[in-house]
Each structure stands twice: as C-alpha cells, then as structure tokens.
Design a protein around this ligand. Structure first.
Ligand code: HEC
Length: 140
C-alpha cells in the first residue's frame, strides 16, 4: 500500500505535461487564423528566395505568378505542371498559399516544386502580402 502512492505521484507530472501540450496545440491552432497582417515590403525581400525559379510575369523553372490570387492551381497556359499540381483542386488565396508555402511537398505530394518551404509564419504572411500586390494582373 505505502508503495503505491509514490508511484502514482511520479506519474502525475507526465500526465500534466501531456495535458499542457494538448492545450498548447489547441491555442496554436486557434491563434493561426488571427496571425498578424503581412508587410509587403518585407515580403518583397523574401520573394528573392523564389526568384531562382519564379518571376511574376513569365514562366521559368516555375510558373509565372501574375494573376495568382483566385487562380486554380496548375492552370497557367504553356507551363508544364506536375499531374499532382494540376489535380490538387487548390484555388490560390491567402489560406491555401499559407499552407502550401509552409511545406509544398507535404501539401501537394508529387509536386515539381522542390523547395523546402517558408517555415516562419510571419515571413509567409509578409510574402503573401507582397504577392497580393505584385501579382495583380496587368491592366489590359
Ligand atoms: C527550385 C525551384 C522553385 C523555387 C525555389 C520555388 N518554386 Fe514555386 N514552383 C516551382 C515549380 C517547378 C512549380 C510547379 C509545381 C508543379 O507543377 O508541381 C511551382 C509552383 C508554385 C506555385 C503554384 C503556381 C500555380 O500556378 O499553380 C506557387 C504558388 C509557388 N510555386 C510559389 C512559390 C513561392 C512563393 C516560392 C518562394 C518562397 C517558390 N514558389 C519557390 C519551382 C520553385
């Protein structure tokens, strides 16, 4: 009997840690949609990481980004997308870009975009704010 009590006591901190981790995760998930507004000026600098493959107005290693928002993934004429991207069913907006850019190959398995992603949420918000301005289709 006296042997049981210390055993239970020793287990408790581990359980409390598990609970805290669960609460922490819930808080992170709840806070995600309320992330700070992106800064397009900072985003322009981050877009340089994409510049090895992308440009706004012409297809290169990656498709051009002009007209990105509201566009179906894999739909720029003349660009040879992966089947995975064409069939992803994604429409690009703040939320889908945020998810894709965090981890491209996890969100679109089989994508030809061999880029690890932008792991920092604020950097993604800045990048998306920049893209929103810079990818507006040119006036006809
Ligand atoms: C190593 C080259 C490379 C880099 C670096 C890269 N991309 Fe890509 N990206 C691609 C390729 C290739 C595709 C086409 C993917 C496919 O067809 O599966 C693509 C596709 C995309 C798409 C989908 C476009 C569409 O028309 O559906 C977006 C959005 C995108 N990239 C954004 C970015 C951003 C933002 C960055 C920088 C943070 C970046 N990419 C960095 C090569 C790259």
């Amino acid at each position: 009997m006296t042997n049981h009590l210390p055993t239970i006591d020793r287990r408790r901190p581990a359980r409390r840690l598990g609970l805290l981790a669960g609460i922490g995760l819930a808080l992170i998930l709840a806070a995600a949609p309320a992330r700070a507004e992106g800064d397009p000026v900072a985003g322009e600098a981050i877009y340089k990481r994409c510049g090895g493959c992308h440009s706004i107005d012409r297809n290169r290693v990656g498709p051009k980004h002009e007209g990105l928002f509201g566009r179906k993934a894999g739909s720029v004429p003349g660009f040879d997308y992966s089947k995975a991207m064409r069939q992803s069913g994604i429409v690009w907006d703040d939320a889908t870009l945020d998810r894709f850019l965090e981890n491209p190959r996890a969100v679109v398995p089989g994508t030809k975009m061999t880029y690890a992603g932008v792991k920092d949420a604020q950097e993604r918000a800045d990048l998306i704010a920049y893209l929103k301005q810079a990818t507006k289709p040119a006036a006809p």
